[in-house]
Design a protein around this ligand. Structure first.
Ligand code: THU
Length: 151
């Protein structure tokens, strides 16, 4: 299995833990860290709909809580409408929402890296790979506040 396929597989496994009873759209995100370890997250919806958390944000928060915010190298994301067993379905490639791109940029700038973003689907082999700088060009981030050097 390639590194990309392994990260997509981790994102698919993470999506099975989504709490998404309102949209029934389960999303999983898997972060590859600089030491080769992987951290994951799934979306956590809320009865007050606007409070819902995206999978990528949950994964980044988890990495940050573990002291690993600056160690993120790549992310894979998948998502799809859940079947009756809560398993995401479909071959539609999902990419991070705008807010998640900004959240990922915090990790990217803190680590001095342009993150690799693998966008995959719940089912099938389709993967589209971007750099975060393509998905969020001219990003505002910690460098603008003098926290890190602009790379
Ligand atoms: N969602 C994510 O988890 N990540 C994204 O990048 C896009 C959307 C979630 C939020 C909500 O729980 C569900 O997908 C439907 O929008």
């Amino acid at each position: 299995m390639t590194d990309t396929a392994a990260l997509i597989a981790a994102a698919r496994a993470a999506a099975l833990k989504a709490h998404a009873p309102y949209s029934r759209f389960a999303v999983g995100a898997a972060l590859l860290l600089s030491d080769g370890s992987v951290m994951t997250g799934a979306n956590v919806e809320n009865a007050s709909y606007g409070l819902s958390l995206c999978a990528e944000t949950v994964a980044v928060a988890s990495a940050s809580a573990a002291g690993r915010l600056a160690d993120i190298v790549a992310v894979a994301v998948i998502g799809g409408l859940m079947d009756t067993h809560g398993v995401p379905t479909g071959a539609h490639v999902v990419s991070p929402c705008g807010r998640c791109r900004q959240v990922l940029n915090e990790a990217a700038q803190m680590g001095g890296r342009d993150l690799i973003v693998h966008c995959g689907a719940a089912e099938g082999d389709a993967v589209v790979t971007y750099r975060l700088s393509e998905l969020l060009p001219d990003a505002f981030g910690p460098a603008d506040l003098g926290i890190v050097q602009r790379s």
